[in-house]
Design a protein around this ligand. Sequence first.
Ligand code: SF4
Length: 350
Amino acid sequence: MKYQKISIVMDLLGCPNRCRHCWLGHAPNPRLSLEDLRFAAEAFRPFCDTLEVYDWSREPDFAPDYRERWALCNALSTVPARDHFELASLWRLARDDSYAPWLKSLGVDVVQLTLFGGEETTDWFTGRKGAYQDILAAVDRLLAAGIAPRVQAFVNKRNLPELPAVEDFIRRLDLEARCRDIGQEFRCFVHQGSCNGENRRFYPDWITREDVERIPPYLLEKTLEHFGAAAPAEVYGLPEAELYQALLRDKTVKSLGAGLTEPVLYIGGGFTAYPNFGEPSSPAWALGNLKTHGPEAVLTALAEDKSPAQQARATVPLGELARAQGDPESQRLFGREDYIEFLLNGYCMA
Ligand code: SF4
């Protein structure tokens, strides 16, 4: 078994936040070592032409020695000159004034920051006091380093009334003009996220069409621009009732593992491996344990749809998933693929 490329994304240290929408779940922060990372890299190396290694799956650059870790990941990867993602550590941005210039030196021009409303609401949704103040500090440090902050806001019925506070934040900090001054365009967007992981708890508060009409016009316009969408439905999806009816007649099944040429594997603190789709912390998506089962068994489980969730998707027709888990009356908005994943996760949890 040999893939063109395998990416390993290993959760060495976890995350300082406990976001209430986190799709990766709230597992305790692990304390894995660089030796563990080397072990995982060497375990998968014989199974691919190109290997890519990341030392985080939750908060990037959370470790104080993030520069050395970046260098080690590059050394372990077959492609050393990799781009740093536009995701960065909010924790570190607010506490280490050399971090933003380091990101810029790696070619990072934009970093995404996440708001949920005003200070109290953002702290509550991020799961820690001080998150909002960290975002304020991060904005200044990013701009000083020539990096544009991009604002993402999650929305459900609970925090919808707080969206004007997100617009107020953008205007108060003059982000349009300050990004222009560094030669960047300011971007922001509002979305509901996928209804998986911790965010599944917000299903009762999931947005409906009337809620989209209550998104402040500036934020809605920027959202459409960000996604290149002509209408809100392209971003926020269709009512569950419509998707449910369409899926009821659908007899198809799908293998998620067959035909993958460049798998991305999440490896948790206990060495359990997951694919980078579904819920990479739920037993339903577990592919096996790297230490006890070994890399070949993990890759075989992925390719042959052996995890309970992959097996369900490969054998249970979509219409049956909808009948078992969907709500024919619900007006909650979903994209089609997000809705299928929501149904599948519910089916596996039942
Ligand atoms: S969403 Fe990201 S920052 Fe928030 S708890 Fe999850 S991994 Fe951490």
